[in-house]
Design a binder for this molecule. Structure first.
Ligand SMILES: NC(=O)c1ccc[n+]([C@@H]2O[C@H](COP(=O)([O-])OP(=O)(O)OC[C@H]3O[C@@H](n4cnc5c(N)ncnc54)[C@H](O)[C@@H]3O)[C@@H](O)[C@H]2O)c1
Length: 439
C-alpha cells in the first residue's frame, strides 16, 4: 500500500502529537516528508527528535518551495492561529488535502479566503476538534442524539481555566488578539464546536460581553501590585506564584528558551506585563436554529480547572461536571509542599467527571463512561485513526470538516464583533456556508 505523504508547518509544542503518530503509531499509512517553521531552532529540535528518520526542513518563507520539492499529498497546519489560513489556502489551491489545528482561523476576512479556496479545490479540509473524542464528551452527544432528554431547549455552559493553564495564554503569543483572535476564538472554538455538535444544530446569533479584568498591567496596578519584570523568569521564585522557569523543563528550554535568539519570541512574558489585548472574562448568549439558546461563560483565572454543562430538554435534564485540576500549586519555592493535599486537607473537589441524567418524574441516575488506555481516555487513538486511516462509519460523527470549523469559529469571531459594537450579531449576515448546500 502506498503511504500518503505529509508535510507539517509550525513545529512548536502541538506538532508533537502529529509527528509521533506519523513516525510511530500511524507510520504504516502516512509518511512524514517535510517540516516548516519560521524558527530554525525549533525546526532543528524536532528534526533531532525524529532521528534516525531524516526529514527535510524549510524556513516558512520557503513553504511553496517545500510543496514543489517534497510533493506532499496533505499539509498539517500547527503554526500560530493567525497564520493558519495562509497555509490552508496555499495547500488547497494546489489541490492538496489539509489537516488544521483549531481554530480554523481568526477573523471573518480569513474565513472568507478559506471558503473561496475550499470551493475551488479538489482537496479536503479537516479541522481537528479533539475534545469531541474524549469519551465523556462523546457520551453526552450519544445521550442527546438518542433523545434521552427530548428536544434540547437550553444549554448552560461554564468553562474555567485556572491560574496555571489559564495564565499561560497571557504569557505566550495568544496574549495579542492579532495572533490568536482572543480566547473566544482560540480557546472557545473547542467549546462552541462541542455545543454545536452536541446539539446537532447550527448557531444563528451571538451577543457577547467581556473584558480583561485580572491579568494585565492596569489590573495589577489597580490591585496595588508593585511593578514587575517583563518576563516571568525574572520574578522572585520565593514569593511569586506566577514565577515561570523555562530552563527548569528540558522541552521548554530547548523549544523556547534556546530558540529566543532566532526570533526574539519570549514564551514567558509576565501575566501582569503590558501589551495584553485579549479578554480574561467572557460571556455569550448564542441562539440556535430550532430555538435552543446557549449561555456560555469563560474565566481564565479560576482556582480550579474544568467545566460544567447543563442541558434542559423537553423530557428532562442532562448535566456534566468535569474537574480537570482541583487546585493550583503556586510556583513559589517557599510554599508548604503538603498544603492542600495531605490527609488533613482532603480535597472536597476531586479530579474526575460526573454525568447525571434526570428524566421528568424520575430520580437522577449517574451515567457510567467507559474509558480505555491512551491519551484523553482513549480518545486520541480514535482521533488519529480518523485523521490518518481510511474513512469508517462513526455513529457519533466525530470527524470534523470545514463547515464545523466555520460554525465554531464564527461564533467566536461574531463574539469579538459584538464586544466591539455592543450589539448582537446574526451569523447569516456574514454570508458563509453553515450547512451543506448553497450558502
Ligand atoms: N487541539 C488542541 O487541544 C491544541 C492544543 C495546543 C495547541 N493547539 C493549536 O496548535 C497550534 C500551535 O500551538 P502551540 O501550542 O504548538 O504553539 P507553539 O508556540 O508551541 O508553536 C507554534 C509554532 O508556530 C511557529 N510559527 C510562528 N509563525 C509562523 C509562521 N508564519 N509560519 C510558520 N510557523 C510559524 C512558531 O515558530 C512555533 O514553532 C495553535 O493553532 C493552537 O491553537 C491545539
Amino acid at each position: 500500500m502506498t503511504r500518503k505523504r505529509y508535510a507539517l508547518v509550525g513545529t512548536g509544542s502541538r506538532a508533537r502529537m502529529y509527528l509521533k503518530a506519523l513516525t510511530e503509531t500511524h507510520a504504516d499509512v502516512g509518511e512524514l516528508v517535510a517540516l516548516c517553521d519560521t524558527n530554525p531552532v525549533r525546526l532543528a529540535y524536532h528534526s533531532e527528535q525524529l532521528q534516525p528518520a531524516t526529514v527535510a526542513t524549510y524556513p516558512a518563507a520557503d513553504f511553496e518551495k517545500m510543496l514543489d520539492e517534497q510533493r506532499p499529498d496533505c499539509v498539517i497546519v500547527t503554526s500560530i492561529d493567525v497564520t493558519h489560513s495562509d497555509y490552508i489556502c496555499a495547500a488547497l489551491d494546489r489541490g492538496l488535502d489539509v489537516i488544521t489545528e483549531k481554530p480554523m482561523t481568526t477573523t471573518a476576512e480569513r474565513i472568507g479566503k478559506i471558503v473561496d479556496s475550499v470551493e475551488k479545490s479538489s482537496g479536503t479540509l479537516t479541522v481537528t476538534f479533539n475534545y469531541r473524542y474524549s469519551p465523556r464528551n462523546s457520551m453526552v452527544r450519544k445521550l442527546i442524539a438518542d433523545g434521552e432528554i427530548g428536544t434540547v431547549t437550553a444549554v448552560h455552559f461554564e468553562w474555567l481555566l485556572n491560574t496555571s493553564h489559564g495564565a499561560d495564554y497571557f504569557r505566550r503569543w495568544h496574549r495579542e488578539k492579532k495572533n490568536s483572535g482572543g480566547l473566544l476564538v482560540h480557546k472557545s472554538t473547542h467549546h462552541f464546536d462541542l455545543a454545536n455538535w452536541w446539539l446537532g444544530r447550527s448557531p444563528e446569533s451571538v451577543y457577547a460581553r467581556g473584558g480583561l479584568r485580572y491579568y494585565g498591567d492596569e489590573n495589577a496596578a489597580a490591585r496595588g501590585l508593585e511593578p514587575r519584570p517583563a518576563l516571568s523568569r525574572d520574578t522572585d521564585p520565593a514569593t511569586d506564584p506566577f514565577h515561570f522557569d523555562l530552563a527548569a523543563n528540558e522541552t521548554n528550554r530547548r523549544l523556547y528558551l534556546e530558540a529566543e535568539q532566532a526570533d526574539g519570541y519570549h514564551r514567558d512574558q509576565d501575566v501582569f506585563a503590558p501589551g495584553i489585548t485579549i479578554e480574561d472574562n467572557l460571556s455569550l448568549l448564542v441562539g440556535y436554529a430550532g430555538g435552543a439558546n446557549l449561555s456560555y461563560n469563560l474565566t481564565a483565572h479560576a482556582p480550579w480547572e474544568g467545566y460544567r454543562v447543563g442541558f434542559t430538554g423537553t423530557a428532562g435534564r442532562l448535566e456534566i461536571e468535569v474537574v480537570e485540576s482541583s487546585w493550583v500549586r503556586p510556583a513559589t519555592t517557599n510554599v508548604d509542599p503538603t498544603a492542600n493535599d495531605d490527609g488533613e486537607h482532603a480535597d472536597v473537589r476531586p479530579k474526575g467527571a460526573r454525568i447525571l441524567l434526570q428524566k421528568h418524574w424520575q430520580q437522577a441516575t449517574e451515567v457510567e463512561v467507559q474509558t480505555s488506555s491512551g491519551g484523553h481516555g482513549g480518545g486520541d487513538v480514535i482521533l488519529l485513526d480518523d485523521l490518518f486511516r481510511e474513512p469508517r462509519e462513526d455513529a457519533l460523527g466525530r470527524k470534523a470538516g470545514y463547515l464545523d470549523g466555520i460554525r465554531s469559529v464564527l461564533v467566536g469571531v461574531a463574539g469579538n464583533q459584538s464586544l466591539e459594537t455592543g450589539l448582537p450579531v446574526r451569523l447569516a449576515d456574514h454570508g458563509f456556508p453553515l450547512e451543506e448546500g448553497p450558502a
